[in-house]
Design a protein. Structure first.
Lengths: 132, 128, 109
């Protein structure tokens, strides 16, 4: 049976394994038909910044095109594109302001702990994936 | 001018999604390429990054795959190939139950007791 | 009886706090709760039979269900036959199933 699951993410892109695990869980939950809410707090608001871009790798001597390496915004965009009817993503507005992260890919909304609390009340479960 | 660097790597498996894979190994490779005399010391959980046969393939979120999965054992082998001496702390390997036979070739071991003497041979010591 | 899912992402070599979380999971089980500990990320590092923490993990597995994330094992080059007895191989889909279970409280460490 489909459930509603809310996640709070805190880590910025790339810097910890928590982002990898969170993306794996969110992807799996959506594939299973669950409704997923993501409240991005602190550095996690940078996951969806539109200005992210791929780069070459001078150690390997490869170009950005050869690397074909997605940025976190690409993964979030793809999850939203494929499951937009069941995935909602809110970036904490104050965290966004502090980090200059207002320019996001299409889909994420600006919000506050108020929306997070509303989600928690309406969800079957809420998982906090904290920064360490 | 100080150029003889010991880079002690402690953190492990943080940056699976980043293009550089392990950004500290990558940065040290770049520093070597740019003229620093770098030696690498793997300690704590980073000793596991020298285990042969790591496989981080298969990640895909939505319909976007991570096409080039990290291969940290290969990255360390590349550093050795480039002339970077790579050490690991023997006791840290033992604590984690990793047999030496599971490691890639070309590594050197150092015991915790030997570390103070080892550090003495470098102008700069960075703990990542 | 309550249901708990403890997601352990850290390892006892890097964090002394892990031992306290293992104790918390054991304590919850002693209080007749249904407890699963899911080891993921560096949380899988102590599961090698020859690791200094193997006995501790085996003790935990006698009290609660201990699952390991297949990707985390593979990423670290840990073979299934290296894993301490009592710890079961699992995957991210199973973790999601546990999160989606009615009334399962999730503690992420």
């Amino acid at each position: 049976m489909a459930k509603t699951i809310t996640f709070a993410l805190m880590d910025p892109p790339y810097e910890t394994a928590a982002t990898t695990t969170a993306f794996r869980i969110i992807d799996s939950a959506l594939r299973k038909g669950h409704k997923v809410n993501v409240f991005a707090y602190e550095g996690a608001v940078n996951l969806t910044m539109a200005g992210q871009s791929p780069h070459p790798n001078p150690v390997k001597g490869t170009s950005a095109e050869e690397e074909e390496h997605p940025n976190t915004k690409d993964w979030v965009s793809s999850l939203l594109k494929n499951h937009g009817d069941r995935l909602e993503w809110i970036n904490c507005g104050l965290c966004v302001d502090e980090r200059g992260a207002a320019d996001t890919v299409e889909g994420p909304k600006r919000g506050s702990p108020k929306e997070f609390a509303e989600w928690v009340k309406a969800s079957d479960n809420t998982v906090v994936i904290p920064a360490k | 001018m100080a150029t003889k660097v010991l880079s002690i790597v402690e953190t492990a498996y943080r940056a699976t999604l980043e293009e550089q894979d392990d950004t500290i190994l990558w940065l040290n490779h770049m520093l070597k390429n740019n003229g620093l005399d770098v030696t690498l010391l793997l300690r704590s959980n980073a000793v596991n990054e020298a285990v042969k046969g790591q496989d981080a393939s298969g990640l895909k979120f939505g319909d976007v795959p991570l096409k080039h999965a990290p291969a940290l054992d290969g990255d360390i082998a590349d550093l050795i190939e480039k002339g970077v001496p790579v050490y690991y702390v023997k006791e840290d390997l033992e604590e984690r139950g990793i047999p030496e036979g599971r490691l890639i070739d070309g590594l050197k071991s150092v015991s915790r007791k030997e570390l103070p003497g080892m550090l003495d041979g470098f102008e700069l010591v960075w703990h990542w | 009886m309550a249901k708990y899912l403890v997601v352990e992402t850290r390892d006892p070599f890097d964090s002394n706090d892990v031992d306290d979380v293992y104790d918390l999971a054991t304590g919850l089980a002693d209080d007749s709760n249904d407890v699963t500990v899911f080891l993921v990320q560096n949380g899988v590092l102590p599961v090698r039979k020859k690791s200094a923490a193997a006995k501790r993990v085996a003790q935990l597995a006698k009290k609660v269900t201990v699952l390991t994330d297949d990707f985390s094992l593979r990423e670290r080059g840990i073979e299934v036959d290296e894993v301490v007895d009592g710890v079961r191989a699992s995957d991210i889909d199973t973790l999601v199933d546990l999160i989606a279970e009615d009334g399962r409280k999730v503690i992420w460490h």
